[in-house]
Design a binder for this molecule. Structure first.
Ligand code: PGA
Length: 266
C-alpha cells in the first residue's frame, strides 16, 4: 500500500467514546470518504478474503470513489473479497435505474476487480421474498460471517433499512419503508411516488454479528440521529443505537454530523 493510504486515519481527530467505540472526526464529506476508504482498504490488505457488508446512499459515494481509485492504482484488490449489500428495494429488477444493484455498479462494481460470484445484493424481484431473505442469511453464514460492516445512518436512526421499531435481534427480512426513508431516496426515481414501499434489509442482529462495524455520518441532518446512536438509550426506536452493544466500532463523522456529541466540546 502506498504511503497516502493511512494518512487521514493518522491525523483525523480521534475520540474514544467508550472502550471499543472510536469516533474519527473529518472536516467534510471528502475527508470522510477518504478515511472510510482507508479503513476498508486496510481491512482488505490485512485479509484479502474479507467479507464486507456495504451500504448505499449519498454518504458512501466518496468512499467508493477512493476505493475505486486505490484499486485502479493497484493498491488494493476486491478479487478475493466477498460483499453483501445491506439492502435493496422490493419489486425492482437489478437493471432498474433506481435499484441498489444499479447504484453499486455505478459507484463501485464497474470500477473494481470484484468477482461477480462473490458479490451479493438482495434480489428485490425474487418470486419468494421470504425465501430470498433466508437465502441471504445462509450465504452470509456460508461465507464465514461478516468481517466488516460499513453502515450509513438515516435521519430517523435507521441502519440498512432497519427503520425505527426494528427489533435489535432482527434478521434479513422484508420491511415497510417509512415516509422519511422514501423521501431520502426520491432522487433515485422519476417521481417520489415511484419509490418502492418495501425493501429487503439485513437485520440489526445480522449486522451486529459482524466482527467490526464502521458507521459513517455526514451533514447536519444526521446530527440528532448520530447523537442518539452513540448516547441515546439502546432501543429499537433508534436502531443505530444497537452499535453500542458491539465491541468493535469505528464511527467516522464530519464536524456537522458530530455537532451534538459532547465529546466534541471536550
Ligand atoms: P444517505 O443515507 O447516505 O443518503 O444519507 C444513509 C442511510 O439512509 O443509511
Amino acid at each position: 500500500m502506498k504511503e497516502a493510504v493511512g494518512s487521514i486515519l493518522d491525523f483525523a481527530p480521534r475520540k474514544l467514546i467508550r472502550p471499543g467505540l472510536v469516533l474519527l472526526l473529518t472536516q467534510d464529506a471528502e475527508q470522510l470518504g477518504c478515511a472510510a476508504a482507508e479503513v476498508v482498504a486496510k481491512q482488505l490488505l490485512a485479509k484479502p478474503t474479507s467479507v464486507l457488508a456495504l451500504p448505499t446512499g449519498r454518504t458512501p459515494i466518496g468512499m467508493y470513489r477512493f476505493l475505486a481509485e486505490m484499486c485502479r492504482q493497484g493498491q488494493i484488490s476486491f478479487h478475493s473479497a466477498t460483499t453483501f449489500n445491506l439492502d435493496e428495494f422490493v419489486g425492482l429488477e437489478p437493471s432498474h435505474p433506481g435499484s441498489y444493484h444499479t447504484y453499486m455498479r455505478r459507484h463501485l462494481l464497474d470500477h473494481v476487480d470484484a468477482d461477480p460470484a462473490r458479490v451479493h445484493i438482495p434480489a428485490g424481484d425474487a418470486p419468494c421474498l421470504d425465501c430470498e431473505c433466508d437465502r441471504y442469511e445462509s450465504e452470509i453464514s456460508r461465507a464465514g460471517g461478516l468481517d466488516l460492516a460499513v453502515l450509513g445512518i438515516g435521519e430517523n436512526g435507521h441502519i440498512g433499512f432497519n427503520e425505527p421499531g426494528s427489533p435489535l435481534d432482527s434478521r434479513t427480512r422484508v420491511v415497510a419503508l417509512t415516509p422519511s426513508s422514501r423521501a431520502a431516496n426520491a432522487h433515485l426515481f422519476a417521481c417520489p411516488e415511484d419509490v418502492p414501499q418495501q425493501a429487503i434489509t439485513m437485520g440489526v442482529g445480522t449486522i451486529l454479528e459482524a466482527r467490526r462495524l464502521l458507521l459513517l455520518a455526514n451533514g447536519p441532518a444526521k446530527a440528532d440521529a448520530l447523537y442518539r446512536a452513540l448516547h441515546g438509550p439502546i432501543a429499537s426506536a433508534s436502531p443505530a443505537s444497537a452499535i453500542q452493544l458491539h465491541p468493535n466500532v469505528v464511527v467516522i463523522a464530519d464536524t456537522t454530523a458530530a455537532a451534538r456529541l459532547p465529546e466534541i466540546a471536550t
